[in-house]
Design a protein around this ligand. Structure first.
Ligand SMILES: [Ca+2]
Ligand SMILES: [Ca+2]
Ligand SMILES: [Ca+2]
Length: 140
């Protein structure tokens, strides 16, 4: 539920307006804190996967894009955009492999875990890609 809450907050922002530097930082921190269950400032594979699996509403062990979008109270299309960034093989299912690949993608220094700085960087890239950061403004 923490993931859904963080995502809802985040999606609420991006549907209304462009994101500016300090807002992006706050949103990234909220999202990160939602994943970091033991609050040690480091995101591990188990924590990330547990958060993602929390949106498996029918309990079949797979989180589909439809489940993910439905779990969000925000616009369907935007929730799907976010999901597709995590869904590495684009089959509309968040598998263990997808979660591992995504975490490794965020883990830019290759330490096997993700710190807040790495997460914020990844977040900024997604927002740029989705066009929610004004041109020429990278939030820093
Ligand atoms: Ca942690
Ligand atoms: Ca499911
Ligand atoms: Ca997939």
């Amino acid at each position: 539920m923490k993931l859904i809450l963080a995502l809802s907050l985040f999606l609420g922002y991006v549907t209304c307006q462009h994101i500016h530097g300090h807002e992006l930082k706050v949103l990234a921190q909220n999202e990160f804190n939602g994943y970091d269950h033991n609050h040690n400032g480091v995101l591990e594979m188990a924590e990330f996967e547990a958060s993602v699996q929390g949106t498996d509403t029918n309990g079949d062990g797979h989180v589909t894009c439809a489940e993910y979008a439905a779990a969000s109270s925000q616009p369907h299309a935007l929730a799907l955009e976010i999901f597709h960034h995590y869904d590495q093989d684009v089959d509309c299912i968040m598998s263990h492999a997808d979660a591992v690949a995504t975490l490794h993608q965020i883990d830019s220094n290759g330490g096997g875990t993700v710190n807040e700085h790495e997460f914020e960087h990844y977040y900024t890239q997604i927002m740029k890609h989705l066009g929610h950061i004004p041109h020429g403004h990278n939030g820093r």
